[in-house]
Design a protein around this ligand. Structure first.
Ligand SMILES: Cc1ncc(COP(=O)(O)O)c(C=O)c1O
Length: 323
């Protein structure tokens, strides 16, 4: 009998060959299809690991309330798992979170609180504390990078027969890049790790030592990005800067244009961070010889952004490339 449970659908996503997007004769380019997880993003991996760990530690019992500050995708994953395992779920999202993701969360029976983009993380933490609810705290929870260290990293190593030479991805909590990077460098210290980040993010400045952190004040993200789930104004506790070899900036324009190119070339609808990842990964691959192998992540599905990245009015309003 080959039947499985919903949680068995999480992980073991396919590795897609996108080498034909790269200049002929350059490196091979592959992407993990994280949009194929049941919650339609990479975040199912951390939600499952955080939940399993909390249950094993006796921190959760059926009927408890889970609170999660999220740009949306972790919220979708917890809403799904809360449904399956019998927890109430409240998700605190920034106002920039797409209608699609908010509706996804609500359709699974979870509550959505919309907060200011610079305050939603604090808002989630305070809400959990005041009500004595379980706080996911994905930005600082060690289970977040560990989930990728235990699943996505080994899958990339296995799927590429250990031939991966470069890994490129963006970050928000930085759990994915930190966990995958730690695993890949553990297999081969030469694997080169690139953090791709949107214009609005400030990790570039932290990494290259240009950021001056003002005492007692959080530097606000410079301007809202059209790319959800990507970029931060300051490092999180999940970010392991020691495994990162370079930080590459990608403009919103280039990320969105790449999403549209992928639709035209491949008939595939991916989210903005996937476009950003692909743009940076192609830049890396274009400058390498065919012996190199670049792997990146298609983090979530484009159906989560139909009203934004695939909507002519939104694109025109935010000076982004038209469809
Ligand atoms: C669409 C999308 N892409 C990329 C990321 C970045 O992943 P991480 O939080 O592991 O850095 C996120 C996280 O919120 C996301 O939602």
């Amino acid at each position: 009998m080959a039947a499985c449970e919903i949680v068995d659908l999480i992980g073991n996503t396919p590795l897609l060959d996108l080498t034909d997007l790269v200049e002929p004769g350059s490196a091979r380019l592959y992407a993990k299809c994280e949009f194929m997880n049941p919650g339609l993003s990479l975040k199912d991996r951390i939600a499952l690991h955080i939940l399993d760990t909390a249950e094993a530690r006796g921190q959760l019992t059926k009927g408890d309330t889970i609170v999660c500050a999220s740009s949306g995708n972790t919220g979708c994953s917890f809403a799904m798992l809360g449904r399956i395992r019998g927890y109430r779920v409240t998700i605190v999202v920034p106002e920039s979170c797409s209608r699609e993701k908010q509706t996804h969360i609500k359709s699974l029976g979870a509550k959505v609180i919309v907060a200011d983009k610079d305050k939603y993380m604090d808002c989630g933490r305070d809400y959990a504390r005041e009500n004595n609810f379980f706080d996911v705290d994905q930005y600082n929870n060690a289970c977040n990078p560990d989930a990728y260290y235990e699943t996505l990293g080994p899958e990339i190593w296995r799927d590429t027969d250990g031939q991966v030479t470069h890994f490129v991805t963006t970050g928000s909590t930085f759990g994915c890049i930190s966990g995958v990077g730690r695993f890949l460098k553990g297999q081969n210290p030469e694997v080169y790790i690139t953090l791709a980040e949107p214009e609005c993010s400030r990790i570039y400045e932290y990494y290259y030592g240009k950021a001056v952190k003002k005492q007692g004040s959080k530097q606000s993200i410079k301007k809202a990005s059209a790319i959800e789930g990507s970029g931060k104004s300051a490092p999180t506790q999940c970010l392991d800067l020691s495994i990162i070899d370079e930080v590459r900036k990608v403009s919103d324009w280039d990320a969105v244009a790449m999403c549209h190119s992928v639709v035209r070339a491949k008939g595939l609808l991916v989210g903005g961070s996937s476009g950003l990842n692909l743009f940076a990964a192609k830049q890396v691959a274009d400058n390498l010889s065919k012996e190199s192998m670049v792997v990146t992540i298609l983090c979530d599905s484009g159906v989560k952004y139909l009203s934004k990245l695939y909507n002519s009015n939104f694109l025109a309003q935010y000076d982004l490339p038209s469809l």
